[in-house]
Design a protein around this ligand. Sequence first.
Ligand code: HEM
Ligand SMILES: *[C@@H]1O[C@H](CO)[C@@H](O)[C@H](O)[C@H]1NC(C)=O
Ligand SMILES: *[C@@H]1O[C@H](CO)[C@@H](O)[C@H](O)[C@H]1NC(C)=O
Length: 506
Amino acid sequence: MATTTELVITAAIGYLLYQFLSFYYIRAKISHIPTIGSDSFIGSYISAWKLLFSDDSHIKEGYRKYAGQAFKMPNLTTSSRWLIVVNGNQMVDELRKAPSDALSFNETTLDVLQFDHLLGRHAHVPEFQVEVVRKQLTRAFSGRFAEIQDEIQESCNTYLPNGPEWKGLQAHKTLIHIVCRTTNRLFVGLPLCREPEYRQIQEDWTIQIMVTAHIVHMFPSILKPLVGKTISKVKTAAKKVEKFIGPTINERLEKYERLGEDWEGKPNDLITWLLDLAPQENRNVEDITVKLMLINFAAIHTTSLTLANALFDLASRPEYIKPLREEMEEIVKMHGWTKDAMGRMWKTDSFMKESSRMAGVGAISLGRKAVKDFTFSNGLTIPAGYTVATSSAGIHYDPNIYEDPDTFNGFRFSDMREKGSNEYDPLRHQMVSLDSTYLLFGHGRHACPGRFFAVNEVKAMLAHILINYDIKLPGDSREIPRGSWFAGSRAPHSTAEILFRKRQVE
Ligand code: HEM
Ligand SMILES: *[C@@H]1O[C@H](CO)[C@@H](O)[C@H](O)[C@H]1NC(C)=O
Ligand SMILES: *[C@@H]1O[C@H](CO)[C@@H](O)[C@H](O)[C@H]1NC(C)=O
């Protein structure tokens, strides 16, 4: 009889052999695509781990080396364990236009974030929340700008110093609180947006998903459901959120039932919009709660990263403070704290856009998993099951696209807008515009539907901070502490400080 040890060894050898064979089987279909990193069985695994924690230098290297072509990189979070990166305008254009039944956005999300295992049934609830963000929310936020402004002011009073002495604060962490409160002022209103437990959950659960997804990825497929179920914190988090908004949702549901779809005094808020668009079987407390959480998932960290990057860029380049402050003060004086006023701040818009061009939120954009073979017009085929993306880092630093791309030029885009010729369409160079040379918000049919709100919100925050506070880096440094990279995403240094003091108004 075999001993337990022998059984374990046999199983391990069998598993390795299976991994070995499937590795070469999978690689064979894309072996003609050049590789950044190693492409051997063990080597690619090691490369994938290194890439998980490395910055964008490898992907930029690929972009330069294989200009206008494709390359592949080992990747731990795609089911094929490869990411094919396509370069050049032609392929990027075809990538964004590809039909979703060939190159799928949501299959990529399911894959990378392991939603099947971490969200359970909710991974497959129809995505009506995307439509809500694109339409109702985007339409509504300009009418709510006074509330948004009020929350920016209140949260800055809470988290930033109120006196004339300089005070150092861990910038990224502090800004997450301000963003979470302000964003949720629009999503759920007062008093919930200030509720500490609610806020904490919305701030934390995105990060929990990122971390737990990577843990699930490390297990073989047959163990993933069990591991996912065990370590997922989504259910507990959703239950806590339900405690806060469950009664409101139930009250609304009861009114829909009793008074029909359009009852008098129906609130015009996110819960209503979600309920309006939800298919009948998803019109319940649990599903609406998870949708609210998914919108927060998409909104909070992306927005706070963008704000933090802009503030670090500003604190380290004090020469920009005066011209930006002048623009902000003048426009706010004339047009108030309105969306219209934000739209007039070309210099601020340009500064934010430049900040995100260079720092961005990640090196990779337009990740799409092939659900059937997809062939680009140049003949490159992405076989079903493989994931393709493009390199925003490569594009954003391409000297053929951006003059002197390694230099921060805060007024790069406002200068282009002011030229105003046909070639320089003033709308084209706004931060919210979609363009294959600027991929912060993606491009094509899945481009970020929350970007109008996000850009206006960040702009209002920057304006409020700059008008009311002085900022600088410790020791008047002009060097921003290095950010950190994880899985192709970049975040500012987590404990780096910015000094703030309340401006003394004469
Ligand atoms: C500066 C902040 C933000 C950045 C940088 C950002 C970036 C992105 C990117 C890169 C995508 C994927 C696009 C693609 O692959 O083509 C995306 C999708 C999405 N974003 Fe944003 N986003 C931001 C803020 C927001 C906000 C505030 C909301 C909600 C109010 C939001 C809601 C969404 C949703 C729902 C999707 C999925 C779209 C779909 O499934 O078609 N985002 N975002
Ligand atoms: C993915 O997107 C397609 C169409 O774009 C949609 O029909 C499908 O329901 C989505 N899948 C999930 C899991 O949401
Ligand atoms: C792996 O591929 C996914 C899917 O596009 C991407 O989101 C992620 O950033 C990649 N990871 C690394 C380390 O490049």
